[in-house]
Design a protein. Structure first.
Length: 600
């Protein structure tokens, strides 16, 4: 059967035998001149959905991308496969930028990446008016949503593309958008007539785990014990915690680097560069890091604090396992995180509508954390997707949590909050319930309360679990004016009066929790192939250093694994290995085959 032009390009340029999922339908739809809105998970192959149509159509594909790092990596990867690609951003000097502009006007480019801020300048729009444009691709399209976690106001103005060039197809792409955000993208970008391609948001290779915070540093170290010498990201809520965590991991013998917006720009850039170019770096970061990071072999994403929303959590965890190999998403959180985030919401200068949205997003994420259901089912439900059966690849599936009737402890906890004046934090409330004999207790007269000492049957850890789940269930709320003190909600009345049963997730023992972790997630290379695989990685590292590009831009680990398994000893045989197109075969084929022959 003869191949279509799109399939021929996929094979000859990118080295793949077949499209995945909706890729082919999207490519043919856009290549034929139609608009598209594409929702596809990270690692699902979004880039090919606009790169191949740009190559099939006359002119240059203009890609609007919000991040410099992403542009540079994408352009380097395209050059490796022989595509004439450039970017225009603030890193270029005037002479280089002018050269790129001349190449665009001369019809010498196939793809040009540009930031929305530059695209919207009168000068650049004038330049586009004199160039032949194949298509407009709007990457990270969720940035258009003012309620989203990555709002970029410039995205709102991208409707100018349709107004000025209505005949040129547009494709908007994102990996992170719940149903309301999807509707907002279509409305804000004037894509009401565009065909929607919504792939599953599932990332089956990622294992999801949530643990209750006990000693976060020690818990993190135990988790990382399964990921020695692997690349990963550790997200922390504050800049100070980023610095402390990176230092702690270095003291434990790991190669960890900090990244946050308060660091000098050149230090941030250098650390990001090391993360992209070197193997086995752990990046400790705030959420300022990650969007647009194209590194495929990130084996884990760990959160040492609670994120702000399910969308943010999904996007951040999605940076793990872009290569489709096993990866882990590990979240460690406690009631203190909830208190802090709720305080931040209430004390912000946002309007009430925005605050209510932020509250509901946080409550949704809390529900995910405390759920005893399959994590994947809960996570995907937030994106309007039904996952039919338990996934078998999350902590709740692998080690089903025990439920217990916590109605009486819940009544004791709520009563204690009420009797003590609805202004104290969890630590003091637990001291009351457990009958702590302290000077402060006596000074406040709380040793005389009816709830004093009625909770000695539970240890402090289990009481923290009760309070955390009462907050997650909206039976208690944080009072931002009372330094994190807890107060009752109207919904608590039914529990106090015995009209509502409280089933809760039982806290797992601290020792078991700290030891919990999935299997080592490195690439499954057979022992007999390991020497060849390592030799191939050595060549890749040498080539990457010579060209000053990240190693994954040369070849993905999965491609090297395929070579190690198939052991091609001729150029023809090497050309049949997935991930090696014509350009890479011509540039690197002889050296790869030589290494295979040397290894026997």
């Amino acid at each position: 059967m003869s191949q279509s032009p799109a399939q021929q390009l996929l094979s000859s340029v990118f080295g793949y035998d077949s499209f995945r999922g909706d890729q082919q339908a999207i490519v043919e739809h856009v290549a034929s001149g139609h608009d598209a809105l594409v929702l596809m998970p990270t690692g699902g192959g979004k880039s090919l959905c606009y790169q191949i149509p740009a190559l099939l159509r006359d002119g240059c594909g203009i890609v609007i991308s919000p991040l410099i790092a992403l542009m540079q990596d994408q352009v380097e990867a395209l050059r490796q496969v022989g595509v004439r690609a450039e970017f225009l951003n603030s890193t270029l000097d005037a002479d280089t930028a002018a050269r790129v502009e001349r190449a665009l006007l001369a019809g010498e480019l196939e793809l040009l990446y540009v930031a929305p801020e530059r695209l919207l300048t009168g000068r650049f729009l004038s330049l586009l008016g004199r160039a032949q444009v194949a298509l407009f691709a709007i990457d990270e399209a969720h940035c258009v949503s003012q309620w989203g976690h990555d709002f970029r106001p410039e995205y709102r103005q991208l409707t100018v593309l349709h107004e000025r060039w209505p005949q040129i197809p547009r494709i908007a792409l994102t990996a992170t958008a719940d149903p309301p955000t999807q509707r907002e993208i279509a409305e804000r970008l004037d894509l009401s007539q565009a065909r929607h391609f919504v792939s599953s948001f599932d990332r089956p290779n990622i294992r999801y785990t949530v643990v209750q915070k006990d000693n976060a540093k020690r818990q993190l170290l135990a988790f990382l014990g399964n990921h020695r010498d692997e690349a990963g990201i550790v997200y922390c809520m504050s800049r100070r915690k980023v610095e402390e965590t990176a230092q702690y991991l270095c003291e434990q013998g790991m190669r960890a680097l900090p990244y946050h917006a308060g660091m000098p720009a050149e230090v941030r850039a250098a650390n990001q560069r090391r993360f992209l170019h070197e193997d086995g770096i752990v990046m400790c970061a705030t959420i300022a890091f990650g969007m647009g990071i194209d590194k495929p072999d990130v084996r884990f994403v760990a959160h040492t604090d609670l994120p702000k929303s399910m969308e943010g959590y999904y996007q951040e965890t999605g940076r793990a396992g872009r290569d489709g190999e096993p990866a882990e998403a590990w979240l460690c959180y406690g009631l203190g995180d909830v208190v802090l985030l709720k305080q931040m919401i209430e004390q912000s200068e946002a309007g009430e509508e925005r605050k209510q949205l932020e509250r509901s997003k946080l409550d949704h994420l809390l529900g995910y954390c405390e759920s005893m259901q399959c994590r994947r089912q809960v996570l995907l439900a937030g994106f309007g997707e039904t996952y039919p059966q338990p996934c078998g690849n999350c902590d709740n599936c692998l080690t089903p949590p025990a439920a217990w009737d916590a109605t009486v402890p819940a009544q004791k906890a709520l009563s204690c909050v009420y009797r003590s004046g609805q202004r104290f934090g969890v630590g003091h409330l637990i001291d009351i319930l457990r009958g702590s004999d302290s000077e402060r207790m006596r000074q406040l007269g709380h040793d005389q309360l009816s709830t004093y000492g009625i909770g000695k049957d539970l240890d402090a850890r289990n009481w923290r679990g009760v309070f955390r789940q009462l907050v997650a269930a909206s039976l208690l709320e944080v009072d931002p004016e009372a330094h994190g003190g807890l107060k009752l909600t109207d919904a608590s009345r039914d529990v106090l009066k015995g009209r509502r049963q409280m089933m809760m997730r039982r806290e797992s023992p601290a020792s078991r929790e700290r030891e919990r972790g999935g299997p080592r997630t490195g690439l499954p290379v057979q022992a007999e192939d390991l020497a060849l695989f390592n030799a191939l990685r050595g060549l890749r590292a040498e080539l990457a250093r010579e060209q000053n590009v990240p190693a994954f831009v040369i070849f993905h680990d999965s491609t090297l694994r395929n070579i190690a398994e198939q052991r091609p000893t001729s150029i023809d045989a090497l050309g049949r290995v997935g991930g090696i197109g014509g350009s890479k075969l011509a540039r690197y084929g002889e050296r790869l085959v030589e290494i295979v022959r040397e290894q026997g």
